[in-house]
Design a protein around this ligand. Structure first.
Ligand code: ATP
Length: 352
């Protein structure tokens, strides 16, 4: 991220209460121009409420929302240079794809040639040119989804807000559309803020993302930053798979758990939880070892995940090993694990 880039959208200490319910609790986020930004969190974390405040459908109980430095909080939705794409596509069923796209621009009373130019350009970006004369009922789910997106893009909002845009699609189409959506965002040169509860989706699409829980912002950063350096135990568990080992750090900087001793630098003595990704635990390597037994083996195409019972944790540790070549593992095998402390996170306090 370039420190000199000023944010196109600034969410400043925004809060929203619904009576006694605190839906959004003092959230501050800067979204940069041309970013694909994801708001991610479990159900009820406040992400939709935050998006609705950006769009102007809800009024913040506190805080400000600035677009290009200007406070847009007092503006009604239709006066905001942002566009919200709804979960349901809300296409006009009696109109063709082209007419669906023209409609919003005709409402703005743009001249005919300009409308035609913009609609043609947007249909090209969203791969809809060949469907221009079809009606929504003659389109597949993925195509309808692209029309809904095209209809939002054609109005050239400064920021496009998308609420679970791929929620209605099946897994395969969803994965294809994730990449397409990212490409279209890039080509259109428009900032996207997307709400999703799907971690994989956010990791694949977003340049940066914000993780919310109980209305609070837990962490904001690139997918790599959040995967490699999760701010707390919740984020670590929410993004990707994480093994947790509860123990304590001794005065001489050794992390101790049942059956495990690991030298750790920069750790404060006291109760702590060690968090290790499955790819950061190796099998059978010499060095600091943790004895365990294979309880289960899951095949994932390129690799296998061994679920290894150890005295250090109440649930089996997940260890990623290559599926091709190497050792043939079997349930019940005894083995030793080497955890690389340099690739792990240590959370002070321990416990769940
Ligand atoms: P989901 O993924 O399930 O859609 P979300 O993260 O988008 O969840 P929100 O819809 O923003 O969550 O809701 C956040 C909290 O605010 C929830 O506890 C919800 O019940 C509450 N809430 C949202 N809208 C209202 C409302 N109009 N009146 C009262 N409570 C509301």
């Amino acid at each position: 991220m370039n420190a000199e880039t000023s944010p196109i959208l600034r969410i400043e200490s925004v809060a929203k209460n619904f009576g006694p319910v605190v839906a959004v609790d003092g959230v501050s986020i800067d979204v940069l121009e041309n970013e694909f930004f994801a708001l991610l969190g479990p159900s009820g974390c406040g992400k939709t409420t935050l998006l609705r405040m950006l769009a102007g459908f809800e009024t913040p109980s506190a805080g400000r929302i600035l677009l290009e430095g200007r406070d847009i909080s007092p503006l009604p939705p239709e006066k905001r240079p942002l566009n919200l794409m709804f979960q349901s596509y809300a296409l006009f069923p009696h109109m063709t794809v082209r007419q669906n796209l023209c409609y919003g621009l005709e409402m703005e009373r743009l001249d005919k040639a300009e409308i035609r130019r913009r609609v043609d350009e947007t249909m090209a970006t969203t791969d809809l040119t060949q469907f221009a004369d079809r009606k929504p009922e003659q389109l597949s789910g993925g195509q309808k989804q692209r029309v809904a997106l095209a209809r939002a893009l054609v109005k050239r909002p400064k920021v496009l807000l998308l609420d679970e845009p791929l929620g209605a699609l099946d897994k395969k189409l969803r994965e294809k559309m994730q990449l397409e959506l990212k490409r279209m965002q890039n080509e259109a040169g428009i900032t996207f803020v997307i709400v999703t509860h799907d971690q994989e989706e956010a990791l694949v699409m977003a340049d940066r993302m914000a993780i919310l829980k109980d209305g609070r912002l837990l962490q904001c950063g690139s997918p790599e930053e959040i995967y490699e350096a999760p701010a707390d135990r919740f984020v670590a568990n929410f993004i990707g798979v994480m093994n947790f080992i509860d123990g304590r750090v001794t005065e001489d900087r050794v992390f101790e758990a049942e059956g495990l001793r690991l030298a750790v630098v920069n750790a404060r003595p006291g109760p702590a939880t060690l968090a290790a990704r499955p790819e950061n635990i190796a099998v059978g390597a010499p060095g600091e070892r943790l004895a365990g037994t294979i309880a289960d083996i899951a095949y994932h195409g390129l690799d296998r995940v061994l679920h290894v019972k150890t005295p250090a944790a109440p649930v089996p540790l997940q260890v990623r090993v290559p599926a091709q070549g190497g050792t043939a593992y079997q349930v019940g095998d005894a083995l030793s694990l080497k955890i690389d402390p340099a690739r792990c996170r240590l959370f002070a306090g321990g416990g769940a």
